[in-house]
Design a protein around this ligand. Structure first.
Ligand code: ZN
Length: 202
């Protein structure tokens, strides 16, 4: 279990500012951008931004154990790949705090239990609603699923567009970044890995 996944530790380690401090920081950034935080259209913006941040970064309030604690053991002998594809997510890159969004495809081969299908989407959200890199997010989703469910293998693929690439710097619009993490049978069996990629992208 990596350090970021352990949320109680993370939340205890940081010194959370008050709502007033957060709003003051937003006013500073508005001035940094070159605008006047006291003009009418911007008056309520710091309050809205502080509130929006709570939702956009609500992944810090949850731990993967909250999402994955219950497995459903009765699978009537089902032991083939379970794949949930095209799970839409929105995240923020930790380098620029600018959005990146796309889809995650998550698969596993059951060993002694399966998950409710909605849990896969919740797991993706839990890690997406933090400051992230796409690479770390892919690995975190795969390893938390692997650690808690102990399946025969996990495969995660994320396809995302990064606004920090589309909007600034080299301004490459429409380019997608693909990342994958494989564990267990998906790592050792080229056939399982190929089947996952075919199902995910097909
Ligand atoms: Zn970035």
């Amino acid at each position: 279990m990596d350090a970021i996944a352990n949320n109680a530790d993370l939340l205890a380690a940081i010194d959370r500012p008050t709502q007033e401090e957060a709003e003051a920081a937003v006013r500073t950034l508005i001035r940094w951008a070159g605008d006047d935080p006291s003009r009418e259209g911007l008056l309520d913006t710091p309050t809205r931004v502080a509130k929006a941040y709570r939702e956009l970064f609500s992944g810090y309030e949850m731990a993967s154990e909250d999402v994955l604690s219950r497995t459903f053991l009765d699978v009537a002998g089902y032991n083939e790949m379970v794949i949930v594809k095209d799970i839409r997510f929105h995240s923020h890159c930790e380098h620029h705090m600018v959005p990146f969004s796309g889809v995650a495809h998550v698969a596993y081969v059951p060993n002694n239990g399966v998950l409710g299908l909605s849990k896969m989407a919740r797991l993706v959200d839990l890690y997406a609603r933090r400051l992230q890199t796409q690479e770390a997010m892919t690995s975190q989703i795969a390893h938390s699923l692997d650690d808690s469910l102990r399946p025969k293998g996990v495969a995660v693929m994320i396809e995302a567009e990064h606004m920090c690439m589309a909007m600034r710097g080299i301004a490459k619009q429409g380019s997608k970044t693909l990342t994958t993490t494989f564990t267990g049978v998906f790592e050792t069996s080229a056939a399982d890995q190929a089947r996952f990629i075919m199902l995910a992208r097909g």
